[in-house]
Design a protein around this ligand. Sequence first.
Ligand code: SF4
Length: 280
Amino acid sequence: MPELTDHERLRTAVHEATTAALREAEIHLPDDVKAALRAAYAAEDNPVARSELEAIFENIKTAEERNVPICQDTGVPVIYITIPPDVPFTDAITEGVQDGVRQATTEIPLRPNVVSPFTRENTGDNCGMGMPAVHITPGETFTLTVLPKGAGSENVSALKMFLPSETGKIAQFITEMVLHAGGKPCPPVILGIGIGSTADGATALAKEALLRPLGEMNILEQEIYDAVNALGIGPMGLGGKTTCLGVRIREGGCHTASLPVALNVQCWAARRATVEVNYP
Ligand code: SF4
């Protein structure tokens, strides 16, 4: 058998990492999200909310036992890759991601969700026109993270360009957006918030904020978390204390005349997984 070229070796390594990360993310919810759901259940006294959370626990257990996706909407593939200086930054990386997404679509399987925006023609393999969405940054290790994103929560995301003096209005804006969304994003949700950068940069920061595991929150994150949970929307929008499992903010430098604020909403099926790319 002929030896693989450098391009083929890199493409294969990224391919295998993509499929492995998608398999992990689609079937197993991260431990921090499971812990947040359990803590929410312990604090809930609304019987409908408790029964909705029980249905979610049953769903998570069934997915793991049967090795099947957590939700029928397996999302669109959003991929974050860090590459160290000794890895060549070539087309082999994006080609490998596409190979991995195609294999995952067939084998896990994933629902083919990617369509043309106007004709709605489905590519059938979750690839095509900018999909998978791949974000590459320099790093110390060669790692690949997947964040499959369902439409129910993505559809209630928002962007507002505030005046620079309006930082005090950010919490109210986010809370209003969550109230408007109601049960549509399959709560309890996690809120990724991008503050600063440019209009497009803030939306990217908001999604990247969702990569940070749940845990301790800063003052503004806590303020938003408390305000959103006071809305009473509850699990799946049927009422209760648990509307939000956590808030994650990511900041970026912005123009002195701008204050972009973006919200990326994540449903309870907060799928993400990171793997090391086995290369060279
Ligand atoms: S919003 Fe999330 S839980 Fe609801 S259908 Fe979409 S992927 Fe599934």
